[in-house]
Design a binder for this molecule. Structure first.
Ligand SMILES: *Cc1c(COP(=O)(O)O)cnc(C)c1O
Length: 406
């Protein structure tokens, strides 16, 4: 992989017409190490966030030893980079053949359920493979209520009373039993984890046995930009969220049992930025060479304002307006699809023009993993970049990134 000091250097050297991913392995490792330092239990990186081999490999090098996986493709991706990393199969709804593969070939011994039929499937496989149920920890996924940019509480999870029933059934069969939840991605309310812990506590107090662990899922927010035209969501810093979580775990007396977290976004977001080219400027619209069917689908569904930095093409000699005037541009994606328009504008100098580049920051989470081949566009060019996006040069066209409140 070619290495550059920053994205500007890469853009000016390569003059790319196709999108270029700028990978920052040191940033990824630092963010993983930082999270592990702030969470007292086991950190199981959620592979779906970004399962690229270079990302998984860097995480293993950073000391990540556990991964949250959901499919045969993810089992294989983790095995590829580590022969002994632990895998936690935390998808609540699974094909029986996938359960068999997980238990038999990949020797996975941690699994999540939220329905009795999932227990039936699991037990069928456990009996057929002659595994002692006591060797398996089954996490019952408890439903939660909260506010996240991506709400997942409605799709999965057992209501608290039903979770008690599932727990008792699992314990009777001889499994070790834990509780888990996943509050959705990019939480927007710092009380979210406490509410989920209160539900888990309610369930725990009605169980006739000791829990083997608690898994608090993912959802930890990454830093994105802010659209000056919108009301700002005031969020505490990650450090504050994590210390609040550890206080709450203590208060609910979950701190004495094995704990797991499944962070994805918060670890992967900063490790990649993306250089895109302005294929056409039409008034206040920019047509770029990427979009919602490639790297930018997550920002579209989550209505996230991505931080953008202007990389002017020095070959453009005359420009209209002032570099100092930052204005919103509507951003249209590369495909012919009419929905391929970003849900939030990019804030850039009014001088931006056809042929310029834009570096879009903090897109390491749910960008590569959600790329499609739609319309024949499939960005897949990578360079390594040394300087973190947020430590880049003068904040030219960098209007939309604001650090969260300290
Ligand atoms: C997606 C997912 C995660 C990761 O969520 P982030 O918001 O990226 O941290 C963790 N656990 C489960 C079960 C998930 O589905």
């Amino acid at each position: 992989m070619q290495r550059f000091e920053n994205a500007r250097a890469a853009a000016l050297a390569l003059r790319p017409d196709e999108p270029v991913y700028c990978f920052r392995p040191q940033v990824l490792k630092a963010d993983a190490v930082q999270f592990m330092g702030m969470f007292a239990g086991k950190t199981a990186y959620a592979v779906k966030t970004n399962g690229e081999p270079i990302v998984l490999k860097a995480l293993v090098e950073a000391g990540v030893t556990a991964f949250d996986v959901a499919s045969p493709g993810e089992f294989a991706a983790v095995r590829e980079v580590s022969a002994d990393a632990e895998m936690l199969y935390m998808h609540p709804v699974k094909a029986q053949s996938d359960i068999k593969l997980a238990l038999e070939k990949y020797r996975i011994r941690v699994i999540a359920v939220d329905h009795e039929d999932e227990i039936t499937k699991l037990t069928r496989v456990v009996r057929a493979l002659d595994i002692d149920p006591a060797a398996i920890t089954v996490f019952v996924r408890v439903q939660t209520k909260g506010h996240a940019a991506y709400e997942l509480s409605k799709k999965f999870g057992a209501g608290p009373a039903y979770a008690v029933e599932l727990g008792e059934r699992l314990a009777r069969t001889g499994y070790k039993v834990g509780l888990c939840f996943h509050v959705g991605s990019q939480i927007e309310d710092p009380d979210t984890y406490e509410r989920a812990l209160a539900s888990a506590d309610w369930v725990r107090n009605r169980l006739s046995f000791e829990l083997a662990g608690l898994d608090v899922g993912g959802g930890f927010p990454a830093e994105y930009g802010h659209d000056p035209n919108r009301k700002k969501i005031e969020m505490p810093s990650l450090g504050q969220i994590m210390s609040r979580l550890s206080g709450d775990l203590k208060e609910y007396q979950f701190d004495q049992m094995p704990l797991v977290a499944e962070p994805g976004r918060v670890i992967a977001a900063r490790c990649l930025s993306l250089i895109v080219r302005v294929l056409l400027r039409k008034g206040r619209r920019l047509y770029i060479n990427d979009g919602i069917w490639a790297s930018l689908s997550d920002s579209w569904t989550g209505k996230i304002t991505l931080p953008a930095r202007f990389i002017p093409d020095p070959a453009i000699r005359s420009r209209n307006g002032s570099e100092k005037t930052i204005v919103p541009f509507k951003v249209c994606g590369a495909t012919c699809d009419s929905v391929d328009i970003l849900s939030r504008p990019f804030w850039l100098p009014e001088t931006v023009d056809t042929g310029d580049w834009i570096e879009i920051g903090h897109i390491g989470a749910y960008s590569l993993s959600l790329r499609t081949h739609f319309n024949g566009f499939y960005p897949n060019t990578f360079v390594e970049v040394i300087t973190p996006f947020d430590e880049g040069d003068a904040p030219e066209g960098f209007a939309s990134l604001e650090t969260m409140a300290e």
